[in-house]
Write a protein that binds this ligand. Structure first.
Ligand code: G3I
Length: 438
C-alpha cells in the first residue's frame, strides 16, 4: 500500500513537471498532430477502473490505444460465427471517454487463430477441411462483422498482419495463402473498405522498415502493385521491433518512397530492446543509447508528413513480450518495471515539446490567401498579403528553393523538381507562416 502511494505520488509529480516541460506526451503530440500510443493487454483491462499508476500513465500520455491481443482472430471469433466483443468494446469505450482513439489489430493473420480455423491445416499443410470458397466466406464474414461493429469508431486497422515470409520476402505460406491463393490479400482490403469506407487500412509487418532490405523491398513492391490495381490501402505498418542501432536513414528512404506513391507509413509496435548483459554492465549508458534511438524514431514522424502515428508495443518493461520471446533482451519500452519514466520517455517528450513550440503554421486551402498556379515548368504563388520569404521543401524536409521577397507574387521554376509531393512554406510580412502541399 505504502509503495503504491509512493508510486502514485511520483507519477503525479513527474507527469506534471518533466524538467522544463509541464505536460506529458499526448499534450505535445496533439499539438504536433501526431498519434502517440501504446498497445495494452491484460493489466490494462483488469486495472482500468481503479485508476492506479498504470492507468494514469496511459490516460496522461497517449492519444491512441491498441489491443495487444484482444482484437485478434481467436479473441474476436473463438467459435465459428460467434463473435466476442466485450473486451474490445471496453477498450474502445474507455479510450473514447479518455479522449483517445483506437487502432484495430488485426483482422487477418496466420497466428493467434482459433482452433476451428487452424483445423484447416495439418502439420502446416492445407488438408481440405476448407475450400477456397468456404474459407473466403469465413474470412469475409470475420472482417465484415468486426468492421461493421466498429464502423466510425476505429479509424485505423491493421487489415493484414505479417503476410511476408522471413527468408526471401515471398508471401508466407499461411492457411489463407494456401487455401484461397495470393489474391486473399486484395480481397481482405476490399472487404474491409466496403464495411467502413472511412477507416484507414494498413498492411503491417516486421523487418520491413528499411529500404534495401529483402523484406522491406518485397513489401513495398507488393503494396505498389496493390495501388496499381486500385486496391483500397492507406499505407504500410512498420512494426519497429528493434535492436540497437536503429537504421533511421534507410527507414527515412523507405518512408519517402511510400510518400511518392501517395501512401502513409505508421509505426505500429515500437520497442527498442537492450541486451541484458550490456544493461547489467552499464545501465545509464544503455538507457542513454536507447533514448537516442527512440529520438531518431520520433524524428522520422516529426519530419515526414506521411508518417504521423507512433505506437509502442506496451509502455512498461513490467509487461512486455520481449524477455519471454527474445532470449537475452529486455528493457525495451518507455517506462521501467517500477512504472518510472526512462530517459527514452524524456527524450520523446522533449522532441515533441520543442516541435510544438515552433512557429505555428497553417495549412491553407485554395482561397484568396494563397493561390498556386501550376504548369510543367513553373509554379506561380499568389498571396493576398505581402510575402517576405518563400521556400519549397521536399518530403525529406530538405529545402530545395528559397527566396526572400517583398511582393504578392513569385514565380518558382520547377523543371529541376522530380515528380512528387512538395511543401510550399510562405512567410508573410506580418510574421504569419503558411504551408501548403502541392
Ligand atoms: O491468455 C492466455 C492465458 O489464458 C494462458 O494462461 C497463457 C499461457 O501461456 O497464455 C495466454 O495467452 C498468451 C497471450 O499472449 C496473452 O498473454 C499467449 O500464450 C501468447 O502467445 C500471446 O503472445 C502474444 C503474441 O503476439 C502472440 O503471437 C503477445 O502477448 C503479443 O504481444 C504479440 O504481439 C505481436 C503482434 O500481434 C504482431 N507483431 C508481433 C508482436 C509481438 O510478438
Amino acid at each position: 500500500m505504502k509503495k503504491n502511494i509512493f508510486l502514485l505520488a511520483f507519477v503525479f509529480s513527474s507527469l506534471f513537471s518533466f524538467g522544463q516541460w509541464t505536460q506529458s506526451l499526448s499534450y505535445y503530440a496533439n499539438k504536433c498532430k501526431i498519434k502517440i500510443g501504446s498497445a495494452v493487454g491484460g493489466p490494462y483491462f483488469t486495472n482500468y477502473d481503479t485508476r492506479t499508476t498504470f492507468d494514469m500513465i496511459v490516460k496522461n500520455n497517449f492519444n491512441m490505444l491498441v489491443a495487444e491481443n484482444d482484437m485478434k482472430y481467436n479473441a474476436m471469433e473463438p467459435t465459428k460465427g460467434s463473435f466476442f466483443f466485450t473486451t474490445a468494446d471496453k477498450l474502445v469505450t474507455n479510450a473514447y471517454n479518455d479522449g483517445m482513439t483506437v487502432r484495430g489489430h488485426t483482422l487477418c493473420w496466420h497466428s493467434q487463430l482459433p482452433s476451428w480455423v487452424n483445423a484447416g491445416l495439418t502439420n502446416g499443410i492445407a488438408n481440405g477441411v476448407f475450400t477456397r470458397a468456404t474459407l473466403m466466406a469465413v474470412l469475409k464474414n470475420h472482417i465484415t462483422t468486426i468492421m461493421t461493429h466498429y464502423k466510425g469508431l476505429v479509424p485505423q486497422w491493421d487489415v493484414l498482419n505479417e503476410p511476408f515470409s522471413d527468408s526471401n520476402g515471398a508471401l508466407r505460406n499461411s492457411i489463407w495463402q494456401q487455401v484461397i491463393g495470393n489474391d486473399y490479400i486484395d480481397s481482405v482490403f476490399v472487404w474491409a473498405h466496403r464495411a467502413d469506407p472511412a477507416a484507414k487500412l494498413y498492411l503491417n509487418d516486421y523487418s520491413v522498415e528499411r529500404m534495401g532490405s529483402t523484406k522491406g523491398d518485397a513489401m513495398f513492391n507488393y503494396i505498389k502493385g496493390m495501388v496499381d490495381r486500385n486496391i483500397p490501402i492507406t499505407g504500410a505498418g512498420f512494426q519497429c521491433h528493434f535492436g540497437m542501432p536503429v537504421d533511421s536513414t534507410a527507414m527515412d528512404k523507405n518512408i519517402n518512397r511510400y510518400a511518392a506513391i501517395g501512401l502513409e507509413v505508421v509505426f505500429t509496435e515500437i520497442d527498442v530492446r537492450i541486451l541484458i548483459t550490456d544493461y547489467d554492465k552499464n545501465k545509464a549508458a544503455q538507457l542513454a543509447l536507447q533514448a537516442d534511438n527512440y529520438r531518431k524514431l520520433i524524428h522520422l514522424c516529426l519530419e515526414n508528413p506521411n508518417c504521423k502515428t507512433f505506437i509502442t508495443w506496451g509502455f512498461t518493461d513490467l509487461y512486455s513480450w520481449i524477455p519471454s520471446s527474445m532470449a537475452g533482451y529486455d528493457h525495451a519500452l518507455l517506462f521501467d518495471k517500477n512504472l518510472a519514466p526512462k530517459p527514452a520517455y524524456f527524450t520523446i517528450l522533449n522532441e515533441l515539446a520543442l516541435e510544438s513550440q515552433k512557429t505555428a503554421v497553417e495549412d491553407v486551402k485554395d482561397d484568396d490567401i494563397l493561390k498556386i498556379q501550376k504548369s510543367d515548368e513553373r509554379i506561380v504563388v499568389l498571396s493576398a498579403n505581402i510575402m517576405s520569404r518563400c521556400q519549397v521543401y521536399d518530403l525529406q524536409g530538405k529545402c530545395i528553393f528559397t527566396s526572400d521577397i517583398n511582393r504578392n507574387e513569385i514565380e518558382i521554376p520547377t523543371n529541376n523538381f522530380r515528380k512528387g509531393i512538395y511543401i510550399l512554406k510562405v512567410q508573410l510580412e506580418n510574421g504569419k507562416v503558411l504551408m501548403k502541399k502541392f
